[in-house]
Design a protein around this ligand. Sequence first.
Ligand code: C5P
Length: 231
Amino acid sequence: MSNQVPVITVDGPSGVGKGTLCQWLAMQLGWHLLDSGALYRLTALAALHRNLALQDEAKIAVVAAELDVEFIPDAAGSARVILDGADIGNALRSEMTGNAASQVAALPAVRAALLQRQRDFRQIPGLIADGRDMGTVVFPDANLKLFLTARAGERAHRRYKQLIEKGIDANLNKIIKEIAERDARDAQRAVAPLKPAADAETLDTTQLSITEVGEWVLALARQRLRIRVIP
Ligand code: C5P
């Protein structure tokens, strides 16, 4: 049944603008949104709260399988995140959490534990799936697969701006270094490495605004999925 539900996958490295694009697409189409990075971030935070070493594959896989998380929408159109019963504030989006997420995401048993949870997001009328392996592993039969890229320096600037706007402390040089480390770890890991699916459309967004990228995706969605998108 779920295979008849359309999916658009959006993969790419950190700071490329996938999150903003996917939220916008989900709103335009009235579809569900899967922020798969948030599941890896939450797993990392839950592991750290339990004082587990970030290499402890067996124990972290159990944490991933049993993640106790609740998203409570707030008035600002965002959501409060309750992990193990406690509000985690801005911790989900910090660079520290992103780096810890990329370490636990390299563990095969953790990825396996999160696989079905991600597929369960495929509900009518459709799903926008944001991540690193959405088109290659989680939804190989997606109707439209996108792979976004942008120069590393541009991604670091975007990430810096985003953190500052959210009131999260950030240091540009540190972000440049960490983005490079995270790219290398995500692209070189043995399971589900960051790479475009063979049938993905790749777009370099370095010089493009979010609206330009969004319009490009909607035009493709109209063609491929024959869906009506009301301008
Ligand atoms: O996208 P975000 O920055 O929230 O992802 C945090 C980390 O989670 C990434 O650096 C990556 O290592 C991991 N991740 C992944 N597969 C996904 C989504 C995120 O490995 N589908």
